[in-house]
Design a protein around this ligand. Structure first.
Ligand code: UFG
Length: 337
């Protein structure tokens, strides 16, 4: 597939998936600018990308108007969002404000400034508890937490905006992002850090028990099953999607996953093998909002956009997460409990 390049504005470019994608677009020769208000993004990580940054809130229409006028992007790629499933259950207001209201503001500002291409970070959390696996893009969406609902609402709004205003979009539904950039320059750093792989690595290093949230799910070993996907492979899908939009493709929706499910216990075992350490854990009650198993079919992404994961093995994801943990630990504090 021929890769087109253009000017792309990346919201949430100081976050985990946003920063990896921004770096990949830069390496591919795109003109990239980032918007981030640093409420959850990392200043020092984004500084390493050496890209222009607008420090603005996407909910501020006047500020977004200035960004669009100054940078004149061909497309906007929208990563900025709150993305903790558990927090969305206790703080739905924040999720609907940030993920829905502010995103609609952004879309309206795009319309006012004739920017007609949008790439949206959606999630497998929009599927809820799927009736069957692997999950395809046609699997009905019945999210079971406010985070998933906030993303699904935007997907529906994008359909309406395309029909009425011709705003074309590519929606990517990510499964579980993992790993770090191969250079060691950037990686995953959340505060708080709640994601399984970094939490398990931290537990191993600190010799402090982590929680396994539930071992009574209807899965082979009773713990939740997820489809882990390397962040670099997510970034690559975005390059293909953005390129397709710039060549005039229609709006579309794609899953991004590997098609292999790993249980929490299997991930913990992988972390033990990669680090050579023991991961101490205790079994806790289920975490609110967790579906038992989420595994993707990414056949559509492979067939239509020619995507192929470069790092499909769980081993490669855990290895790069472990390498990054050791780099980042020396330089920065961590959001671990
Ligand atoms: N888990 C534990 N203990 C922990 C952390 C996680 O047992 O300390 C379990 C979770 O309960 C879950 C699995 O490990 O079953 C994966 O949990 P993560 O928090 O790493 O990832 P989630 O699947 O909850 O969420 C991630 C992203 C969301 C996205 C979602 C889609 O954070 O943005 O994947 O599944 F929507």
């Amino acid at each position: 597939m021929k890769i087109n390049r253009g000017r792309i504005l990346i919201t949430g470019g100081a976050g985990y998936i946003g920063s990896h994608t921004a770096l990949q677009f830069k390496e591919l020769g795109w003109e990239v600018a980032i918007v981030d208000n640093f409420s959850r993004g990392n200043r020092d990580i984004v500084a390493r990308l050496a890209l222009p940054v607008f420090e603005e809130n996407i909910g501020d229409s006047a500020a977004m108007e200035r960004c669009l006028r100054e940078f004149r992007p061909d497309a906007v790629m929208h990563f900025s969002a709150f993305a903790y499933v558990g927090e969305s259950v206790t703080e739905p207001r924040q999720y609907y404000e940030n993920n829905v209201e502010f995103t609609v503001n952004l879309l309206n500002t795009m319309l006012n400034n004739d920017v007609g291409a949008f790439i949206f970070s959606s999630t497998c959390a929009t599927y809820g508890v799927p009736a069957s696996t692997p999950i395809t893009e046609k699997t009905p969406q019945h999210p079971i937490n406010p985070y998933g609902r906030s993303k699904m609402f935007i997907e529906r709004i994008l359909e309406d905006y395309d029909a009425a205003y011709g705003l074309r979009s590519i929606v990517f539904r990510y499964f579980n992002a993992a790993g770090a950039h191969s250079s060691g320059l950037i990686g995953e750093r959340h505060a708080p850090e709640t994601h399984l792989i970094p939490v398990a690595i931290h537990a191993a290093v600190e010799k402090k028990a982590m929680a396994i949230f539930g071992d009574d799910y209807p899965t082979p070993d009773g713990t939740c099953v997820r489809d882990y996907i390397h962040v670099a492979d997510i970034a690559d899908a975005h390059a293909r999607g953005a390129s397709a939009l710039l060549s005039g493709s229609n709006s579309d929706v794609f899953n991004i996953g590997n098609g292999s499910g790993y249980s929490v216990r299997e991930v913990i075992r992988e972390v033990e093998e990669v680090t050579g350490l023991t991961v101490p854990f205790q079994t806790h009650p289920r975490r609110a909002g967790d579906p038992p198993a989420l595994v993707a079919s990414s056949q559509k992404l492979r067939e239509q956009l020619g995507w192929q994961p470069r790092y499909p093995s769980l081993r490669s994801m855990v290895e790069s997460a472990w390498a990054w943990y050791q780099i980042d630990r020396e330089n920065q504090g961590h959001g671990f409990n």
